[in-house]
Design a protein around this ligand. Structure first.
Ligand code: PLP
Length: 346
């Protein structure tokens, strides 16, 4: 039985074209700024996002942290959703490495309210840290891959700038957001001071994330990356995959979105499971199992036994992420396997 692995879009493997591009890539020492393939990727990424400059990083986590360090100094205050990846999943790096003070601003469905941001930013006072940075996340992972619409995104950036904050966008899946919103990714980048996006995940690269911004911001991100140990040598082998990804893997993300919708429709019809279909906007499906099954781990184990892998989001949810390795037939097969597995649960 072939396993249907929908744990994450990070499970994707490089395409054959990427492997050929790696073999053919021109390489140099990137710390000397002499890798032509890295330069080509950074130029293309900056152009695509409508920014002056870009820098390639090992991971989204590192690119996010380097951007935070570029914008804010130890002791400064950063406003962000407590469910955001930067706050929830990045080992507290914003505090324990960058020395920043997080001020959580809860974001229902992953979308911050500009009024909540305004209320969270306090007037200067001896007792408070200096408010410095707003972090946004689009699409929003823990909210279910939801998209913050462009008008709200722009209103948040305008509010932040009005309050004297700079804006960093964690756009790990910015192209998913752009496709779902029907706008170019550059539209989301326009008012942000820095944007991080991932070449891995839905774009299928084995690794790599890119930070874009003004030349001045990216110079500071580059220094922060170096301080984090992220200076690279012949990184063209990563960049070669990235160029293929930007040229061939972006538009097909729409297929992942259609497959997520198919999966959501199928799973919400399985007795005992519920999907809030309104949250299924991109490539993620969060399934609520609490009506029939109290234990997330037990549901995952049942599914694993029939060859369907997903991720637990306890206490009540399981997350499925669609990606290029599975088409509509696999998705239908996954739904039937889940139906069988849970029926057996009685
Ligand atoms: C929204 C978001 N930001 C950042 C990251 C970090 O990316 P990486 O795992 O490449 O460090 C992820 C990874 O899943 C993510 O979902």
């Amino acid at each position: 039985m072939d396993v249907i692995n929908l744990r994450s879009d990070t499970q994707t493997l490089p395409t054959p074209e990427m492997m050929e591009a790696v073999a053919a890539a021109q390489l140099g020492d990137d710390t000397y700024d002499e890798d032509p393939t890295v330069r080509a990727l950074e130029e293309e990424a900056a152009r695509l996002l409508g920014k002056e400059a870009a820098v390639l990083c090992i991971s989204g986590n590192m690119a996010n942290l380097a951007c935070l360090m570029a914008h804010a100094a130890p002791g400064d205050e950063v406003f962000l959703d407590p469910e955001s990846h930067i706050y929830y999943y990045e080992v507290g790096g914003l505090a324990n490495i960058a020395g920043l003070m997080p001020m959580p601003v809860p974001c229902p469905s992953g979308r911050m309210d500009p009024g909540d941001l305004r209320r969270a930013v306090r007037r200067p006072n001896l007792h408070y840290p200096v408010p410095k940075l707003l972090c946004l996340e689009n699409t929003h992972n823990r909210a279910g891959g939801t998209v913050t619409p462009l008008d709200l995104h722009n209103a948040l950036c305008d509010t932040a700038h009005d309050l004297g904050l700079t804006v960093h966008l964690d756009g790990a899946r910015i192209f998913n957001a752009a496709i779902a919103a029907g706008v170019p990714a550059s539209a989301f980048a326009e008012k942000a001071d820095s944007v991080m996006f991932c070449l891995s995940k839905g774009l299928s690269c084995p690794l790599g994330s890119i930070a874009v911004g003004s030349r001045e911001v990216i110079e500071r991100v580059d220094r922060a990356r170096k301080r984090l140990g992220g200076g690279m040598r012949q990184a063209g082998i990563i960049a070669a995959c990235g160029l293929v990804a930007l040229r061939t893997m972006v538009d097909r993300l729409a297929d992942d979105h259609a497959n997520a919708r198919l999966l959501a429709d199928g799973l919400t019809a399985v007795p005992g499971l519920r999907v809030d279909l309104a949250t299924v906007e991109t490539n993620m499906v969060y399934v609520d199992h609490r009506d029939a099954y109290p234990d997330t781990g037990a549901v995952l184990a049942r599914m694993k036994a029939v060859g369907v892998l997903a991720s637990g989001r306890p206490p009540h949810h399981i997350r499925f992420v669609t990606h290029r390795h599975y088409g509509p037939d696999d998705i239908r097969e996954a739904v039937e396997r889940v139906r069988t597995a849970l029926r057996a649960d009685g």
